[in-house]
Write a protein that binds this ligand. Structure first.
Ligand SMILES: CC(C)(COP(=O)(O)OP(=O)(O)OC[C@H]1O[C@@H](n2cnc3c(N)ncnc32)[C@H](O)[C@@H]1OP(=O)(O)O)[C@@H](O)C(=O)NCCC(=O)NCCS
Length: 178
């Protein structure tokens, strides 16, 4: 881009698929691009995918899926957000903000009152900047064979409705994490 060309805001598009190949296109094929391998967890793939392309290259992604959760005695659903990724050479330019914001706009049409994500502690300030709140209590998640474990990553939530309030009570994801 030359100095006189206006910068163009990248467009977020719905992706028809998001496989390991698309993830590698964004983050490379390293062993642990999300830095969560040490947690040793089994994760669910996401069902709805949002991305940003630059030319022919996919450079950012956020995925969504609806998940059952128990909060105290009540069972409800959340929209799980996961696989948030931006190509290393384009990080720090607002692409995660753009793709997560677009994914959340869609999440508002999916029914649940809240979205929920898991992240490394180092990313809590970034997601707070995007309007998410950390849950200051342990969250249980399922692992294969219905084994329940305490999520070792931080859990963050954001409302999808104006009047939504996160209920009090123990939080158990009634599925694998996303
Ligand atoms: C985490 C990741 C997606 C962030 O992508 P990014 O494009 O660099 O993020 P953005 O530039 O959109 O930053 C989002 C906001 O967080 C802010 N931010 C970034 N780092 C921050 C920090 N350490 N503290 C506070 N705010 C921070 C940015 O300033 C921006 O806010 P603004 O739009 O108001 O200026 C990217 O680093 C990545 O792909 N990492 C590898 C994969 C990964 O770990 N994914 C996370 C899975 S939960």
């Amino acid at each position: 881009m030359t100095e006189n060309q206006p910068s163009v805001t990248p467009t977020v598009v719905r992706l028809p698929r998001y496989t390991k190949a698309e993830q590698d296109e964004i983050l490379g094929d390293g062993d642990d691009p999300f830095g969560v391998a040490a947690a040793g967890l089994t994760w669910l793939p996401k069902e709805e995918h949002f991305g940003i392309r630059r030319g022919n290259r996919l450079v950012a992604h956020a995925g969504l899926l609806r998940l059952p959760v128990a909060i105290g005695e009540a069972e409800t659903q959340v929209v799980g957000v996961g696989g948030v990724a931006v190509a290393p050479d384009l990080q720090g330019r607002g692409l995660a903000r753009l793709v997560v914001t677009a994914a959340l706009e869609h999440a508002r049409t999916m029914g649940p009152q809240h979205a929920l994500l898991f992240c490394r502690p180092a990313l809590v300030p970034l997601y707070q900047r995007l309007g998410w709140h950390p849950l200051d209590k342990d969250v249980l998640v399922e692992q294969p064979e219905a084994h329940l474990v305490t999520m070792p990553l931080r859990t963050m939530v954001t409302p999808l409705r104006d009047n939504a309030r996160w209920p009090s009570g123990e939080v158990r994801l009634l599925s694998l994490p996303m």
